[in-house]
Design a protein around this ligand. Structure first.
Ligand SMILES: Cc1ncc(COP(=O)(O)O)c(C=O)c1O
Length: 395
């Protein structure tokens, strides 16, 4: 059976050049960068070099690059680290949005439930976007940290992070953005463009390895560590560095961030066709939306160039995904972590979608290997699968 991969927001295949760059680090370059002997010193030199290379792409200082095990860890370090640091100065109020990835949302829920923080969840519109005015109203004298994602993994909605970050800076509040879905998909000039003091990234969303990420920490901020041990990563993250993963992250960053791996010009007509398909089906509602315009403008800075989410009346996500899989099509119902669970999408619920439909979400996310033939195959299969699932539901 032909395999059609439309789940690039879950993960992307490792680029062959990135893989080749990593291989020596699984063999001959095995030293521990903290060892004093020459084998360790060689590893240290290559680790330092990787940090310099990432800093150059980001236009940051090397000391502001902290390598982590991925987006989840970067988010945990940013949120727990900044919140606990500020709590010692008497600031215990936090702000986030209800459409964040669970790797952000669950940190806030934990801080709220177990560490006495107050959390404000900003409202979002039907497109899933927060409004800077709502943030301005939510900020308090004791606000420690605001965290709003750069782009949503389920809908592709891009948040006005530069505006949100500017507001926070003016009020002396730390601003974090989870930019995991943003890097490699939209044009990047400078880590400063987010106006954030903390930015989370991981490489498996842009053809780098899994288990590899980084957190930008604007100096001189020193969030509390969440991992304790040695003084690795400038005292910010203990643990022997995974040099192969770091090299993969670095190589992918150099190749696919400045020039995004997701080519908006190539993807636009493909996503337009998927949008037209979805808009033509009865009882199917597109959830990848612009705030003010119902049309799908795929090269709009309010949206990722590769993501299309929709809900299907009279069906449910699990049956739809299984039906698509039988046709060889890999799709998702949102974040990979909650695929397989019957929980309605928290993103859809926050956008005001009724629970039954929030439980019938399908996300198609395309990428650099997507072809017109594959789009045509989805045009053929999707109406059939929806018909079959609805038929099953009626029985
Ligand atoms: C927006 C967002 N944040 C964080 C993560 C978690 O990243 P990782 O898989 O590297 O832990 C994901 C992964 O799907 C994501 O989409």
């Amino acid at each position: 059976m032909r395999s059609i991969y439309f789940d690039y927001n879950a993960t992307t295949p490792l680029d062959p050049v990135v893989r080749a760059a990593m291989l020596p680090f699984l063999d001959e370059v095995f030293g521990n960068p903290s060892s004093v002997h020459h084998v360790g010193r060689r590893a240290r030199a290559l680790l330092d070099d990787a940090r310099d290379r990432v800093a150059q792409v980001w236009r940051a200082k090397p000391s502001e690059v902290v390598f982590t095990s991925g987006g989840t860890e970067s988010n945990n370090l940013a949120i727990f680290g900044a919140a606990r640091l500020c709590a010692r100065a008497g600031k215990r109020h936090l702000v986030t949005s209800p459409v964040e990835h669970h790797a952000v949302l669950h940190c806030f829920r934990y801080l709220e439930k177990h560490e006495g923080f107050a959390v404000t969840y900003l409202p979002v519109d039907a497109a899933g976007r927060v409004a800077p005015d709502d943030l301005a109203r939510a900020l308090r004298p004791d606000t420690a940290l605001v965290s709003v994602q750069a782009a949503n993994n389920e809908t592709g909605a891009v948040q006005p992070v530069a505006e949100l970050g500017a507001l926070c800076r003016a009020r002396g509040v730390l601003f974090h953005t989870d930019a995991v879905q943003w890097f490699g998909k939209l044009p990047f000039a400078d880590i400063g463009q987010f106006n954030a003091v903390l930015v989370s990234v991981c490489s498996h969303k842009f053809h780098g390895p899994k288990g590899a990420g980084a957190l930008f920490i604007r100096s001189p901020l020193l969030p509390d560590p969440i991992l304790f041990g040695g003084g690795h990563e400038n005292e910010r993250r203990a643990g022997t560095e995974n040099l192969a993963a770091i090299i993969g992250f670095t190589e992918a960053t150099e190749r696919f961030v400045r020039e995004p791996a997701f080519d908006a010009v190539k993807l636009a007509p493909l996503l337009q066709r998927l949008g037209a398909l979805v808009d033509s089906l009865e009882g199917v509602q597109r959830r990848t939306l612009l705030s003010t315009n119902p049309k799908l403008e795929t090269r709009n800075p309010e949206l990722l160039p590769n993501t299309l989410a929709f809900t299907v009346a009279g069906a449910d996500s699990i049956a739809l995904l299984a039906g698509l899989d039988l046709e060889g099509i890999c799709a998702s119902s949102g974040s990979a972590c909650s695929a397989g669970s019957l929980e309605p999408s928290h993103v859809m619920l926050a956008m005001g979608v009724e629970p039954k439909l929030a439980n019938a979400l399908v996300r198609l996310s395309i990428g650099r290997q997507t072809t017109l033939e594959e789009i045509a195959e989805v045009e053929r299969a999707l109406p059939l699968v929806i018909g079959r699932v609805r038929g099953g539901h009626r029985r």
